[in-house]
Ligand binder design. Structure first.
Ligand SMILES: [Zn+2]
Length: 391
């Protein structure tokens, strides 16, 4: 039993003081929660009036990306499955130690994320839970085509989506526009067409899985929305019509503000000039778009695009929450984006994302109240996965 703490369980808008919950050792699930004085338990951990919230869910990572720059880059022709797996395991360990207890990976070399997701589910590795996409789908020569299935018609998109699902993907990642981190393309370039996107989304949904789209320019974002994706990633340029479409359809945005910040504010001398120029241009528009979306009540999920330049697997998930607040989210919206909303987007909300009876005891213990200062999520913290402390 854990007792004597303030609890944000993910279902309310505040912390309840003097809380406790009881965790079943075998299943790692919460079997009772409450406030006040509980009945005695086999083992009791006193959390000393600290602040407990659900573990962070990062809905946008690239775990085979080597942020040290010492090994082969994500999508590089020289990368091999053994090195990619080593990179991924190190990144997963960093994520967990910094409070991320579940991820959705949205583009990994060699389907490494799919294999590691199976190992984690079987209890063979200690890591955040993984919702895996394997390799994305892109048009020939499109964004991230180096690791993607290259598809150039709805039929090819359908075939590739079916292959990815056969390989065990939980989610289908689609490239609807160009991006910042590849030369020769821009965020406004339309890439996979609405019809190609729809064919892949339909296959994912037929199998009870999700689909998401990298989409930065307005036209590509609307293509993705019309195609029925579950979330749009990045969403740099949103007009009023796009925001209304998000609201009408209940589609999530995963802003990944840190991905742009990593280039615009940390990139000087570390990334090619073409990337700096694009990132600085898009940063202001992006912050404005997310601000409008947050105020309008569009559902947001937290994701960082970890693995892009100067965007690591350590405290940048917590830093993303600060950037979301800077963009105009309330601290509550930021916490919900990283907990209950992330779980709903990944369709894991029956077992994760909130701290209630029947859910896994994935939680973090903070020194200060994050609803008062969102920076406290970046501070000193203890991490628990399925009721066991991560050391
Ligand atoms: Zn990404």
């Amino acid at each position: 039993m854990y007792q004597n703490f303030s609890l944000f369980d993910g279902t309310t808008d505040h912390f309840d003081t003097d809380a406790y919950f009881v965790v079943d050792d075998e299943s790692g699930k919460i079997i009772e929660t409450g406030t006040g004085s509980p009945a005695p338990a086999d083992q009791t951990v006193d959390l000393q009036n600290k602040f407990v919230m659900p573990g962070l869910i990062n809905a946008h990572t690239h775990i085979t990306s080597d942020v040290s720059g010492k090994l082969d880059a994500l999508g590089s022709a020289n990368l091999n499955p053994i090195v990619a797996t080593k990179i991924a395991l190190d990144n997963l360990s960093d994520l967990l130690k910094h409070g991320v207890t579940y991820i959705r990976d949205v583009g990994a070399d060699f389907d490494v994320d799919i294999q590691l997701a199976k190992l984690e589910k079987g209890g063979h590795i200690v890591s955040p839970g993984i919702c895996a996409s394997g390799r994305p789908l892109a048009m020939t020569g499109g964004h991230f085509c180096t690791i993607s299935y290259e598809v150039d018609s709805p039929d090819e998109a359908r075939k590739a989506a079916r292959k990815a699902l056969k390989n065990g993907a939980d989610n289908i990642k689609l490239m609807a526009t160009g991006g910042v981190s590849f030369g020769g393309e821009s965020p406004n370039d339309v890439q996979l067409t609405e019809e190609e996107l729809r064919a892949a989304v339909t296959e994912a949904h037929h199998k009870g899985r999700t689909a998401n789209a990298h989409a930065q320019g307005t036209e590509g974002i609307k293509n993705a929305l019309r195609a029925g994706v579950d979330s749009v990633e990045h969403a740099f340029y949103l007009d009023d019509e796009a925001i209304q479409m998000f609201l009408d359809q209940g589609t999530f945005i995963v802003p990944t503000l840190i991905a742009v910040y990593g280039i615009s504010d940390r990139g000087e001398g570390r990334v090619p000039d073409f990337m700096l120029d694009v990132a600085r241009e898009v940063k202001r528009a992006h912050m404005e778009s997310i601000s409008k979306a947050a105020h309008a009540g569009v559902k947001l999920a937290m994701g960082t695009d970890a693995g892009t330049p100067n965007n690591d697997f350590k405290n940048d998930s917590a830093f993303e929450l600060e950037l979301m607040v800077e963009a105009g989210c309330t601290p509550l919206q930021a916490l919900q984006a990283a907990t209950i909303n992330g779980a709903q987007l990944l369709k894991i909300d029956e077992e994760y994302g909130t701290l209630e009876s029947g859910k896994f005891a994935d939680f973090i213990v903070l020194e200060n109240n994050p609803l008062e200062s969102i920076k406290s999520v970046q501070g000193k913290k203890r991490i628990f996965k399925k009721g066991h402390e991560v050391l």
